[in-house]
Design a protein around this ligand. Sequence first.
Ligand code: NOJ
Length: 478
Amino acid sequence: MKKFPDNFKFGVATSAYQIEGAWNEDGKGESVWDNQCHTFPEKIADRTNGDIACDSYHKMDEDILNLKRLGVHFYRFSIAWTRIYPTGLPNVINQKGIDYYNLLIDKLIANNIEPLVTIYHWDLPQKLQEIGGWTNPIMADYFVSYARICFKSFGDRVKKWITINEPYQISEYGYSYPLFAPFYKFTGIGCYLAGHNVLLAHGKAYRMYEKEFKSKQGGKVGIVNEVAWTQTETGKKEDEEAAIRYRQMYFGWFVHPIFSKAGDYPPIMRERIDRLSKEQGFDYSRLPKFTPEEVEMLHGSSDFLGFNHYNTYLVKSEPYGQRPSVQHDRGVKNYVDESWIPTSAYDFRVTPWGLKNVLKWIKEEYGNPEVMVLENGYAGFANDPIEDFARIDFMKGYIGAVLDAILEGCNVTAYTVWSFMDNFEWSSGYSCRFGLFHVDFNDPKRKRTPKRSAYYYQNLIKTKMVTDIKPESFDHNL
Ligand code: NOJ
């Protein structure tokens, strides 16, 4: 039976806005998600919000007990910027916010669970949004200030940091194709401005850690991007090229500047957007340019290559999307095969081979760096059952794909289930259930119940093997 290496780590993930609740307690400031959900409830499929969510802010002990029952090696969670700096800026520090995360980190460590901390998971302070959010270049420096207080307050115990989660989604879905807060629509423009500043924010924070904390704290700092696998139906040369172009102008947009040999944006992205901008009557490129110093700063600014993975697309080389837009700039039509098993989220379908292909492609493209899969999971429907065999099948397929990739030489060191428990799935509200634990959102106590997949994951972590066993219950009770 094939086995994961002994030092391979398994974890689960969440993010602050999606689970904490307590949106205005103990001095927390307003974030863009608080603001948008309250002002425009119609933007959320079921008109819900994260005001209470899983109430994890008040249920720390129960959550830690459940993590312990799972037997995870690490817990990936995020810090809410507005709990630390309520307005986003350093002149007002909220000690209660710092206390909360200190306690969480201490309790995790006391229970032998490594904290893996995301500094920014989409909940920008509303005050900063009002001055343009990520389209304002000053955001990079503001982020560095916020990251510094995180390193300073928690870095003696936190040794793995993620600066920013999913820059593509922040930029494209926040500022061009309005799916996520702040729901700006400025296609082909907003996304590149935001993306540029997100990259600079990450790079500056990485270099700040290197200079001010690394020798004392010795932690690793990285960034996490989402990557979809792309494949063609036709096998035609122009479609195969489109599959690569799509990856380069999606994942490569944020990874090439950091992990490629040359640094900077992928050449194909630079060339196409410069050319199309000109043809469209712009007298500058819609894709901003890094200075040589910035290229240098970003190059190598991540101690591991972290990614989230959820789906595969079929692609065709074809004029696509409105002008200007990321879709049109790519010139790639993306779609799915209707025979692939659907889930409740977006165009996520169950295609486990995509994860193996992604891992093999990353190995070739970026010279086999240390890779961590930092999110992957099955989106059940609102009535996702406790007997969630569909999720177990998903896990067998995807975790098995990671194991196969390792056996073929990919340097993968961690795998993370999204999500620890059902939570607020952004504009889909509570209609998408990703959890290993079911959460009853009608119960004021937000009762958690392990699904079958929780037992399956516990067994997998313990044996380091992907088996057909479907355990009936946890094999120990704490
Ligand atoms: C990625 C995001 O980081 C996370 O917040 C989200 O819930 C999952 N994808 C599922 O869509």
